[in-house]
Design a protein around this ligand. Structure first.
Ligand SMILES: [Mg+2]
Length: 216
């Protein structure tokens, strides 16, 4: 029997926490260049809290949607400001998007990525090109939509999503910040990738990894 969608999502959040731990110092360094230097620590605290919250769920009875809404609350409780409400809104939207689904096929993954990116956009009122995590989430979600539409295989689908995320993160180095603390630097933010965009690309890599290894 294949692993349930609930367990895949729980494992996905474990992987997200793992990649953040690996990237923690790098993310704080990036944030030190254009912000207050805490991004790695903030994300680490957030995803540890997510996994602590998920450890209280019974994965045999919880729905995929329960995993995402529990993750949203866990993240928000631990990270009240800045990134906290953005990811909490994204995960909550994803919980709604997966409400009637018990399979994590590529269409469900597309809907999940779309819901996360729309939630972040609506909550943060940012646009593409503002040098934020949206410069990663929006193109990744678009790549997922295009991937399903053109019937990509699972590995090709996730490769396309990961590439869009990585390109989006790299592109933020060529943008001038208009949101958050980095906006005060204006042109001086040029040449530095946005830490929130870089962490978003790492999270998407973790999502791809968890979903790719799901048994058929
Ligand atoms: Mg910061």
């Amino acid at each position: 029997m294949s692993e349930t969608a609930t367990r895949v999502l729980a494992r996905m959040f474990e992987r997200m926490s793992e990649v953040i731990e690996t990237e923690k110092d790098h993310l704080s360094e990036l944030d030190g260049a254009i912000g207050d230097g805490d991004h790695g620590i903030t994300m680490s605290i957030g995803f540890k809290a997510v996994n602590a919250a998920l450890s209280t769920l019974d994965l045999d009875t919880a729905s995929p949607s329960d995993v995402l809404s529990t993750a949203a609350s866990g993240f928000l409780n631990a990270v009240g400001a800045s990134t906290g409400p953005l990811y909490a809104t994204g995960f909550r939207r994803a919980a709604q998007a997966l409400a009637d689904r018990d399979q994590l096929d590529l269409a469900a993954c597309r809907d999940m990525l779309g819901a996360i990116s729309e939630g972040i956009r609506d909550r943060g009122k940012a646009q593409r090109g503002d040098k934020t995590m949206l410069d990663v989430w929006l193109p990744a979600a678009e790549a997922a939509t295009a991937g399903v539409a053109s019937n990509l295989s699972k590995p090709d689908f996730w490769k396309a999503v990961e590439n869009a995320a990585e390109n989006g993160a790299a592109a933020t180095a060529t943008m001038i910040a208009t949101k958050g603390r980095a906006a005060r630097l204006r042109e001086r933010s040029l040449g530095h990738a946005d830490p929130g965009a870089v962490s978003a690309a790492a999270l998407i890599k973790a999502i791809a990894g968890a979903s790719c290894t799901q048994a058929e």
